[in-house]
Ligand binder design. Structure first.
Ligand SMILES: Cc1cc2nc3c(=O)[nH]c(=O)nc-3n(C[C@H](O)[C@H](O)[C@H](O)COP(=O)(O)OP(=O)(O)OC[C@H]3O[C@@H](n4cnc5c(N)ncnc54)[C@H](O)[C@@H]3O)c2cc1C
Length: 521
């Protein structure tokens, strides 16, 4: 969308198009507020497309005594499982118990009982050594006593953001990507009056008016609104992941691994046709404006942990398809001596005369962040606007078609509805039969790609292949062998000439070979 097409007057401007901004936008629209969201890169470009993709309570937070955060997260997980099928779905977790490594059966039982109590449902069970080994083929049997099975949930983080944004647009909001908020405008009493915006690529500028602005820029929050308490600041912590082709390790459930070197929990999680191994938790120590990437040391740390549990598989960095990394903003004391994994994951809010900053928290708790931010902004919002936090997160989907319709299985229909809402029907109806099959190595239908290209506000090929569909991070070399077919599918719906296509393809491959490269591979 061009700068001059953006309306000038709004009740609320939301800055940042990650999960926090998207969640605020969704709730603001439900409140009847005329709301604009601006994102300086692509929607979900930041941490919200680089998470572990779990919608979870976080068992490890229990161990740290963070009962409140775990409870709120478990309750949100349960709601999202109910309200967003096909986008937030259950995933089984398995956790081995060894005689001489990791936590023993007793403390784990206590934690899992509490976890189930919070969910109001018993999910966990204990498996003996034989049953556990059968469920986790290749797990190191030395001193294995057995293990636990419990439930959590997973999502496609970027698609969760996108569905919130596109449903908000359908309900009257506007959301523009590649548009940076460069300055908060204020009157002589220092009250917020609007925001200066600039197209992140052309530099074209405009100003919009609004009495309230919510700054949901995650790790960048202090760029627009420094923390008011002088001894506090945002500490950017980096978390990295490796993507392993599914064929390399036959896992159909997620497995929790305790790192033999430092006792930190890591996960290996089946996701969208691949396995994700993560994560690290270290001080980023670099400029947050340069692309965040995994280092060789992090990659080795993760792969060593995997090999400690699956020695026979002997997975090396060259087996990995990609790596990706994101930043967690943590509000901390300037001295910042705490172990990164011990820093609080609770969200924080600070306000200043119409400007509300909300940061931290989790993907899982986005509705709590949205509600708290909007409550903090309420003095500057129209009096009649009311929060409806009990409403289902998405509008209800029409009846899911019978399995077999268009040759698609019930699971594929469910996934399509979860990710695209009612647009799922037109994706299937308008597709050629040969496009209603999966891109090899992923759970994406070819038919999704041109529809996303045409209708989901992409500016670049990277937006399409990394965030509308996720093949860029799932496949070796970003799925280079499929680019010709993708071009053929998208040429009719994108206004790009041959020169632009060449540029976009080059830009995409450059990104894949730098930002998503497996260190040292
Ligand atoms: C490695 C890792 C794994 C994680 N795994 C999980 C998990 O499995 N489950 C879970 O619940 N949580 C997880 N989290 C936490 C979760 O991912 C984050 O809390 C969440 O994504 C933060 O979302 P956000 O919208 O606040 O920030 P972001 O997603 O970073 O969004 C902020 C956006 O603001 C934009 N922006 C910045 N400045 C401007 C500006 N001036 N103008 C316009 N836009 C601007 C940025 O481009 C960015 O897109 C994880 C975090 C990390 C780091």
């Amino acid at each position: 969308m061009k700068m001059e097409q953006i309306d000038k007057n709004w009740d609320l401007v939301v800055i940042g198009g990650g999960i926090t901004g998207a969640g605020v936008l969704r709730e603001a629209v439900r409140m009847g507020l005329k709301t604009l969201l601006v994102e300086k890169n692509d929607f979900a470009y930041g941490t919200s497309s680089r998470s572990s993709k779990l919608v979870h309570g976080g068992l490890r937070y229990l161990k740290e005594g963070r009962l409140h955060l775990t409870y709120e997260s478990v309750r949100q997980r349960q709601r999202l499982l109910e309200e967003a099928p096909g986008l937030v779905d259950e995933i089984d977790f398995l956790m081995p118990v060894y005689k001489k490594r990791g936590p023993g059966r007793l403390p784990l039982t206590a934690g899992l009982v509490l976890y189930d109590l919070m969910a109001g449902k018993r999910y966990h069970s204990y498996l003996d050594r034989k049953s556990f080994s059968e469920m986790v083929p290749g797990i190191d049997p030395t001193d294995l006593s057995g293990g636990f099975r419990f439930m959590d949930a997973q999502t496609d983080d970027a698609r969760l953001v996108l569905r919130l944004i596109f449903e908000s647009i359908e309900n009257g909001a506007n959301a523009v990507n590649y548009t940076a908020a460069t300055r908060i405008l204020r009157n002589e009493k220092q009250e917020v009056t609007g925001v200066s915006l600039a197209d992140a690529e052309t530099g074209k500028r405009t100003e919009v008016s609004a009495p309230a602005v919510i700054n949901a820029t995650g790790a960048w929050a202090e760029t627009l609104h420094p923390v008011h308490e002088s001894d506090m600041h945002l500490r950017p912590l980096r978390g990295s992941h490796l993507v392993i082709p599914a064929g390399r390790l036959p896992l159909s459930q997620a497995v929790t691994l305790i790192h033999p070197d430092d006792g930190r929990p890591l996960f290996i999680i089946p996701w969208e046709g691949a396995l994700i191994l993560g994560t690290t938790d270290i001080d980023h120590g670099k400029d947050i404006d340069t692309e965040v990437t995994a280092t060789r040391k992090e990659a080795r740390y993760m792969i060593d942990c995997l090999n400690a549990y699956f020695p026979e598989a002997d997975i090396g960095l060259t087996d990995c398809a990609a790596s990706f990394a994101g930043i967690r903003p943590i509000l901390t004391n300037k001295k910042g001596a705490l172990d990164p994994s011990k820093e609080s994951r609770e969200h924080v809010i600070w306000t200043d005369k119409g400007l509300v900053t909300v940061t931290g928290g989790k993907l899982t708790t986005f509705r709590i962040l949205a509600g708290d931010a909007l409550k903090a902004a309420s003095p500057w919002l129209p009096e009649s606007s009311m929060l409806h936090l009990k409403a289902p997160v998405f509008t209800e989907n029409p009846q899911v078609p019978e399995a077999g319709e268009n040759g698609l299985s019930a699971d594929i229909w469910r996934r399509l509805f979860g990710r695209y809402g009612k647009k799922a029907i037109s994706i299937a109806a308008n597709a050629r039969p040969e496009d209603l099959v999966l891109v090899p190595g992923t759970h994406t239908l070819w038919a999704e790609i041109p529809v996303a290209a045409q209708t989901e506000r992409i500016r670049h090929l990277t937006d399409l292949l990394l965030r509308r569909v996720r093949m860029g991070m799932l496949l070796k070399e970003g799925g280079r062998q499929h680019l010709e077919r993708i071009r053929e599918l998208c040429e009719p719906v994108l206004p790009w000439d041959a020169g632009r296509w060449d540029e976009e393809l080059q830009m995409y491959m450059d990104y894949v070979n730098t930002a998503l490269r497996v260190p040292s591979a």
